[in-house]
Design a protein around this ligand. Structure first.
Ligand code: NAD
Length: 254
């Protein structure tokens, strides 16, 4: 039984109940953690507010990582309310559609930088903000995809972006390990979420995963959440810098 009783966690990236972040948040909560939840902007707020309520989130703040001061404000609220933090989930990604649908060969510098800033560098900023609050150690988690390592049709620009994110996980893990802060990326198989709907030929990816993954099934956000909760718990001490595949085994297939 995973135990997160007494732990405080921040969840970034809930858009709706299909979000990977929501599946993870439910699992953390079931294991007894108290949560802080963010929403992207006023348009997103009515969709996220009832979910934050289901999670009994005491802290509910806007956070667009592109808006100066918003991420810092979330951490200020955590400092005032809890004075400490035990884990963070960063489940955020974005790429402009024109660049995402283009060949990597053709993607624009501006689109590449925007995707990299929102989907990768923001995790580094999260780590920097979290470090002083993780006084008893902690766990930083982000979410990646196997298209970082192998060419997955239509994943395009997000392949190099996720490769940078995974490398950042390893460097952050090496730098923060002496403070007992562990860093991981969860690597789920394809899941029908809003972000995924921006990918072309996504239904083919789902079908391929269903047919070819060793477990011959699609994973759920609940599957991802169970692993996320375990990694955030003290039972997972001794593990850091991992890419934790939750993909029914798809990553081992050629
Ligand atoms: P989702 O659409 O539910 O979540 C994406 C989140 O990113 C949303 O909450 C959105 O508000 C947030 N976001 C986008 N731009 C932002 C910004 N500027 N500031 C703050 N937040 C911003 O989709 P999801 O599939 O749950 O995505 C979560 C993570 O999982 C992403 O990193 C995605 O790449 C990754 N992932 C998804 C799949 C999949 O098949 N769905 C597979 C592997 C990895």
């Amino acid at each position: 039984m995973v135990d997160l009783a007494g732990k405080k966690g921040l969840v970034l990236g809930i858009a709706n109940e299909d979000s990977i972040a929501y599946g993870c948040a439910e699992a953390y909560r079931r294991a007894g953690a108290e949560l802080a939840v963010t929403y992207l902007n006023e348009k997103a707020r009515p969709h996220v507010a009832p979910l934050a309520e289901n999670l009994d989130a005491r802290i509910f703040e806007p956070c667009d990582v592109r808006e100066p001061g918003q991420l810092e404000n979330v951490f200020d609220r955590i400092r005032e309310t809890w004075g400490k933090l035990d884990f963070v989930l960063h489940a955020i990604a974005y790429a402009p559609k024109a660049d995402l649908h283009a060949r990597v060969t053709d993607c624009s510098a501006a689109g590449f930088m925007q995707a990299m800033d929102i989907s990768c560098h923001s995790f580094i900023r999260v780590a920097r903000q979290a470090e002083p609050l993780m006084t008893d150690g902690g766990c930083l988690q982000t979410v990646t995809f196997y298209g970082s390592e192998r060419v997955v049709t239509a994943y395009n620009l997000m392949g190099p972006v996720k490769a940078a994110l995974e490398s950042s996980v390893r460097y952050l893990a090496a730098e923060l390990g002496e403070k007992d802060i562990r860093v991981h990326a969860l690597s789920p198989g394809p899941l029908k979420t809003r972000a995924a709907s921006g990918l072309q030929r996504f239904d083919e990816l789902l079908e391929r995963a269903r047919q070819e993954a060793p477990e011959h099934r699609l994973v759920t956000t609940g599957d991802v959440g169970n692993v996320a909760a375990f990694l955030a718990s003290d039972s997972a001490r001794g593990m850091t810098g991992n890419i934790a595949y939750v993909d029914a085994g798809m990553h081992i297939m050629s």
